[in-house]
Design a protein around this ligand. Structure first.
Ligand SMILES: Cc1ncc(COP(=O)(O)O)c(C=O)c1O
Length: 342
């Protein structure tokens, strides 16, 4: 029997929740108080409405789309696997992934035996992510795919997981282009509630048949009471205002975190999001560096499994976490210059 490749993720591990966690991209200002309160009072004594009619209507209204375009999913990861299963079920055999990307696109493709293509054109399924992960950069390749005529990928998915955590610039493509792709939204990261599972897809305009096919591939009640409460809260003005304020805070924290890391001799790649990739200039990390950081309560995301060996992905964290990071990096790399880490 084939064994699945192990999935690597940031965040809690066998040693528990890291004290200073730079390894997931969850909004470090979170949890969002209003969203958390909604989750805490969710009615867990009853099944959610299996049709999720009101929730879909609310999400659709908020995005300004027809409610028939909304597909609820147990999580972003579940949506990735379900979309891939649907493409494979329809006879699709090829997939295009961004060169560096969230591992579940590849895991799902592998599970369904899809062959990887380096070009999106001609692929049965093509993934884009804006801002991308792990790099946190604008992904503006996908609008051109839509105009590739008969060579257009069969299904184009735009992963919007980090769109709410974009700290600068505009998304790639025009708004109207989004009507021709599948959009994946998973707000738990933006709200700092990654333990709450629940996400949704917005289907391309006119793709009602595809929506029905995806619903058929779903178990009943894919989203529980907590996820439904989070998604409902997501569309409220209070939550969106909190998010906007949190982005302002993240911008300030990001500037100081980048300055401190550069001062410690790390090279940081440009990013428009609340995370970025970095590595010590000239290498020089001992092989057990990550283990030693973890013992100090610090966790960074090794970007190797995301397609960037030698790089680390760091999310933006508050000043006290930056202090802890600076101390640990000074101790483990010995490259710090006096004064910059203070
Ligand atoms: C780019 C991207 N998309 C989707 C997901 C899946 O998110 P979730 O399963 O928490 O909804 C992740 C998780 O880290 C991600 O990084």
């Amino acid at each position: 029997m084939a064994t699945a490749s192990p999935r690597v993720h940031g965040g809690p591990d066998a040693a528990g929740v890291p004290r200073w966690d730079f390894s997931t991209n969850a909004n470090a200002c979170g949890p969002c108080p209003a969203a958390l309160a909604a989750v805490q009072v969710a009615d867990v004594c009853h099944y959610p409405d299996p049709s999720y009619r009101l929730l879909k209507a609310r999400l659709a209204e908020w995005h300004g789309v027809d409610p028939r375009r909304i597909v609820l999913a147990a999580s972003g990861s579940e949506a990735i696997f379900r979309l891939t299963a649907w493409v494979a079920q329809g006879g699709g055999r090829t997939v295009h992934l961004p060169p560096a990307a969230y591992g579940d696109y590849a895991s799902a493709a592998e599970a369904w035996g899809l062959e990887r293509r380096s070009q999106a054109t001609g692929a049965a399924l093509a993934w884009a992510c804006d801002p991308s992960s792990p790099l946190g950069q604008t992904d503006d390749r996908w609008p051109a795919w839509l105009r590739a005529g008969s060579d257009r990928p069969g299904v184009v998915v735009l992963d919007c997981a980090y769109a709410p955590l974009r700290l600068e610039g505009l998304h790639g493509g025009a708004d109207r282009d989004k009507d021709h792709v599948w959009q994946l939204w998973t707000p738990n990261k933006a709200l700092g509630l990654t333990g709450v599972r629940g996400a949704y897809l917005i289907a391309p305009k006119g793709a009602e048949d595809a929506v029905s096919a995806l619903e058929r591939l779903s178990p009943s009640w894919p989203v529980g009471a907590h996820g439904a409460a989070m998604l409902q809260a997501w569309t409220t003005g209070e939550v969106q205002t909190w998010l906007e304020h949190s982005r302002a805070t993240l911008r300030t924290w990001k500037a100081s975190q980048l300055a401190r890391l550069s001062g410690l001799g790390w090279e940081c790649l440009p990013s428009v999001a609340n995370f970025y990739c970095a590595r010590p200039t000239g290498g020089g990390l001992s092989p057990d560096a990550a283990q030693r950081w973890r013992q100090d309560g610090i966790k960074l995301r090794d970007a190797a499994s995301l397609g960037l060996p030698g790089w680390w992905r760091l999310s933006v964290q508050p000043p006290e976490a930056q202090d802890a990071l600076a101390q640990t990096l000074q101790a483990t790399s010995g490259t710090a210059r006096q004064g910059v880490a203070a």
